[in-house]
Write a protein that binds this ligand. Structure first.
Ligand SMILES: Cc1cc2nc3c(=O)[nH]c(=O)nc-3n(C[C@H](O)[C@H](O)[C@H](O)COP(=O)(O)OP(=O)(O)OC[C@H]3O[C@@H](n4cnc5c(N)ncnc54)[C@H](O)[C@@H]3O)c2cc1C
Length: 541
């Protein structure tokens, strides 16, 4: 586990809903997996292959996840006959540590990066087809912070969709895996001091599932910010659930803001993958100047936090609301084949990327912090594992290296699935849980909108003690409206989770007074402390 200093986080109720197992017996499974992205499905296959009955809950359809939206690729140093001649595992480790600015947990980095080749073998055996030549050798691209070409990709810039498709097909065909879609996990439940499953909402009813082992793979919390690359489902439910259950959460202040999302009204915040800069696209300011060489020797391929801050500085300096990404010199045929998703999306808004520059701006993208775990996903709570973006193994430190997250999802997912299967003994019956008073007349959508604006303004790319304190006070006030209440719908539970996650991140960001990695304090004071900070709910041990 990460070496961390632990403090007490915001006040929250232990459960969002009441549940009485005598009235509604619910389900049983040996291994419960909450989440159907790359991490959850890798874990499901590992646990099922170890002989366990596995239940996967996901709150939407199985094909909706951050995983399915991933574009650029997955980083791995492959075997000698498939890797770049100038690459080796030690370089991938070094690049990861450099991007993480002294806050990675080095043993976790070595373990996870060292397992990358095996993880790619797993994905390929699950039916994932990466782009490559007729000889079957994958084509490798380069992204910011990587010292060699080592990014595998699929369908040009639709890598995540291919991984999600292949894993979902394999999982659906597995006899020992059951999937329940539209099942919203609400809280983790215990039995005799050990995690023993979860409550979940499905078709307007609340149920419980009793499980020998539970793996949280609920993804990130990017939807807490107004400007985000994430799909709306990324509401930090797993983080909030784990906190309410008393797990340690670490490095929460490190939210990565992706430098380049399309800045066109109506386009959402479509990510423009870093691989485009890897292939030679250039960032230019409103004056047409290529500015990145002024900020970093690696220019457009500097680590993400550096590029994001440079863009913010240029926007502030010029007073223009965005910068430009110029890919026109890469050629129409290449752009269409290599970046079909971006090519199509831009053309819908009248931008032909072969002839015109793209307006881009940073947005919230990836949460480096999460539920503290070791590289095999083991958390501070017996019976609970985490995998993927909801977890914090220490791989990313203060800033994630591009394309390391799909990799982490597979590696930690497989390990957590195998270990949970080894310990998946069934617990006894679940206890009834207290039912809180029902909250009526709450405009959930309005509160979510207010929170997302506040997070962007006060807990965004640049933070200060004043803004963070303001954010914490506002969120505490909003939580007071309904924190002890019972909301009946997934939208209501998402709001409660978003508020809690916002409060946790604001507290963690306030605590780290110096700028480091993705965490930029405009009022930075004192030296950068190379220590991890954790938060835990009061009363949990
Ligand atoms: C636009 C975009 C591009 C990206 N590009 C890349 C890239 O090129 N390379 C890379 O490495 N990373 C990339 N990332 C990051 C990467 O996609 C994610 O970090 C990774 O996919 C997370 O996987 P996961 O399995 O942890 O979670 P997800 O894929 O987000 O899956 C979460 C799952 O949990 C379920 N869930 C959530 N809450 C609940 C609940 N309460 N109850 C039940 N189920 C729940 C969801 O329904 C979903 O099935 C990108 C992210 C985005 C948004």
């Amino acid at each position: 586990m990460l070496p961390i200093t632990c403090a007490t986080g915001p006040v929250s109720p232990r459960h969002l809903v009441g549940f009485d197992p005598r009235r509604r017996p619910g389900l049983e499974t040996e291994v419960l997996i909450i989440g159907g992205g790359v991490a959850g499905l890798s874990a499901a296959l590992a646990a099922a292959e170890a002989g366990r009955e596995v239940l996967v809950l996901c709150k939407g359809a199985l094909d909706l996840s951050n995983t399915a939206w991933a574009q650029g690729g997955v980083a791995a140093v492959l075997g000698a006959d498939e890797r770049s001649a100038d690459d080796e595992v030690a370089l991938h480790v070094r690049d990861t540590l450099t991007a993480g600015v002294g806050l990675c947990h080095e043993p976790a980095v070595r373990t996870i990066i060292g397992a990358a080749e095996g993880a790619m073998d797993f994905l390929r055996s699950a039916g994932c087809r990466f782009d490559g030549g007729a000889d079957g050798v994958p084509h490798l691209t380069r992204e910011g912070g990587h010292s060699a070409r080592r990014i595998l990709h699929a369908h040009g810039d639709a890598t995540g969709a291919e991984i999600a498709r292949a894993l979902a097909k394999t999982v659906r065909a597995h006899a020992r895996i059951t999937i329940i879609e539209q099942a919203f996990a609400i809280d983790l439940v215990e039995h005799n001091g050990r995690l023993g499953g979860a409550t979940y909402g499905h078709r307007d009813e609340v149920y419980a599932v009793r499980a020998g082992a539970t793996i949280l793979a609920t993804g990130g919390c990017g939807a807490a910010w107004r400007e985000t690359t994430n799909p709306p489902l990324a509401t930090g439910d797993g983080l909030a659930m784990a906190y309410r259950a008393g797990a340690e959460l670490a490095d929460l202040e490190f939210m990565q803001f992706h430098p380049t999302t399309l800045y066109v009204a109506g386009a959402g915040r479509l990510l423009v993958t870093e691989a485009m800069r890897g292939e030679g696209a250039l960032l230019k300011n409103s004056e047409g100047e290529r500015f990145m060489p002024r900020y970093h020797p690696d220019a457009e391929l500097a680590p993400r936090d550096v590029v994001t801050r440079a863009i913010v500085a240029e926007i502030r300096r010029t007073g223009f609301p965005h910068v430009w990404l110029d890919a026109t010199h890469l050629g129409a045929t290449f752009l269409k084949e290599r970046f079909p998703t971006i090519h199509l999306a831009c053309s819908r808004f009248g931008i032909d990327i072969a002839t015109a520059w793209m307006p881009v701006h940073p947005s919230a993208h990836y949460h480096c912090g999460g539920v503290a775990s070791d590289p095999r996903g083991r958390t501070s709570l017996p019976g609970l594992w985490v995998a993927g973006e909801v977890g914090c193994t220490g791989l990313h430190g203060a800033n994630r290296l591009a394309s390391n997250s799909l990799l982490e999802g597979v590696v930690v997912g497989l390990a957590a699935g195998a270990d949970a299967a080894a310990e998946g003994a069934m617990p006894g019956p679940l206890r009834a849980e207290h039912r809180a008073p029902v909250v009526e007349n709450l405009d959930v959508a309005d509160m979510v909108g207010s929170l997302r604006s506040l997070m962007w303004r006060s807990v965004g790319i640049e933070r200060s003690a004043r803004e963070l304190a303001l954010a914490r006070r506002s969120i505490a006030f909003w939580m007071g409206h309904q924190a002890n209440g019972f909301l009946r719908t997934p939208a209501g539970w998402e709001l409660q989770n978003l508020l809690l996650v916002g409060a946790l991140i604001a507290q963690a960001a306030e605590h780290r007074a110096a700028s480091v990695g993705t965490h930029t304090r405009s009022d930075s004071s004192g030296p950068v402390a190379a220590e991890h900070h954790a938060l835990r709910r009061e009363g949990s041990s």
